[in-house]
Design a protein around this ligand. Sequence first.
Ligand code: GLN
Length: 531
Amino acid sequence: MPKTKFIVFTGGVLSGLGKGVASASVGGLLSSNYKVIPIKCDGYLNVDPGTMNPVEHGEVFVLDDGAEVDMDFGHYERFIGVTCKSEWNLTMGKVFDCVRKKERRGDYLGKTVQYIPHVTDMIKDWWKKVAKKENADIVLIEIGGTIGDIENELYVEAARQLKDDVGCKNVMYAHLTYIPVPHGVNEQKSKPTQQSVNLLRQRGISPDLIIGRCEELLTDKIKEKIATFCNVKKEAVISGVDVDNVYKIPMTFEDEGVEKILNKRLKIKTKPLSRKWRTLVKNMDEAKKQVNIAICGKYTKLEDSYASVVEALGHSAAHLNCKMNISFVETSSKQDLSKALKDVDGVIVPGGFGSRGVEGKINIIRYCRENNIPFLGICYGMQLAVAEFSRNVCGLKDANSTEINPKTKHPVIDILPEQKEVIEKGGTMRLGAYPALLKKGSKIYQLYKSEKVFERHRHRYEVNPVYHKILEKNGLLLVGMSPNNRLAEFIEFKYHKYFVGCQGHPELKSSLLKPAPLFYGLVKSACEGKK
Ligand code: GLN
């Protein structure tokens, strides 16, 4: 294919309609035959979401290269099967940062620097540079927010101009809207879609594809109506029907014939979705066996804060042919653990920061260790498992992380030496993929089946090397170390069916086709416990 094709995704009517999943699903369908690169454009002025509260913004996703990015990148990686890069996330913070630097350098000497053309040019150049560098067949550009939002106007304008730059055949516009079925009226309504497409057309963009998110499949009648009012062919209006499982979305898009529009409009040839994908999704639906996993943390009210952990559990369950039931246990409040974990077959204590809810997590970890309940501690979860083990098995009273108690007598978790001088908060943690060497014969090695493994990190603290020996002597084995043998990256308790911790975040690399080994191990052990 001579030239990169661009697909621009915008959203209308409401936020939270699943634009990320929708564009990732289209990307997934295209990826069987083409090199697809996603670019997400966010309107906020933060350089990246790394400093945002996960309750407000959802989980911060971390890439191999250490970038902290929007959680939509989780969908892209899981659906498209690409390893994303830092430059594929554009924020207005980054855009203005670059424009300002160029201005100071004198790149615009003599000119008044303006939104159009300078900022829009900068955005388009960014998109084109990524396309070229990656030698992409297709670039998916997802513009954040809802059409009409002030903060995303410059992206929308850049997307409009793109058509002139790369030619009409090389760019298409997809718009995700909402089709309500109001109670009492009980009829699919097109007005919000008409209005949101009008907003798009006021900005010079006519959609080539309209995806209508709706609680039911769109009727022929509504498709015809939208086609008439929005100036598209009826075939170009497809249902984005609510599903109980996001992995069904590429399937429903395919069933609705989305590839016909893509193929015709961009002159490409897609291949059908893999049979394996369909089988795994079927497993998720039809599995008879059930398994109950509890995620124990302090942000449990907003499940988006642990999005990748939830996804990773689902991937493993699909491969083990069991139905995954996830419960969230809030660790900030005191509770009776035997009650809270009554029907639970396995427990995850995920990553986190700060002291709220910590003692609750430590109690849960102890309960799992003492009752032989499968347990996976991720990052903070692993660090707290070390603190619990130090206190209650090694007899180091008051052992803690210095993140929680800087004055503890036993700082079993301490700040990384290279983090001590760091003052700035943005992008300064130990971030991205790092290698670890696994000890042959360990449970974790058996799961990865490889000696050298890479997981993604996001932390400032580590297991204090002073305590490595005493932990091992008591049975908490440090089975995965950084190549310089300093950092404990993976731990497992010798006398337990599955008590495992990982300093990285294995959930970030899990996908439906390739579940993360440590999650697979947890779910498998939890299933076996049921027998
Ligand atoms: N707060 C811990 C640290 O900074 C753990 C971070 C995490 O769980 N991502 O090391």
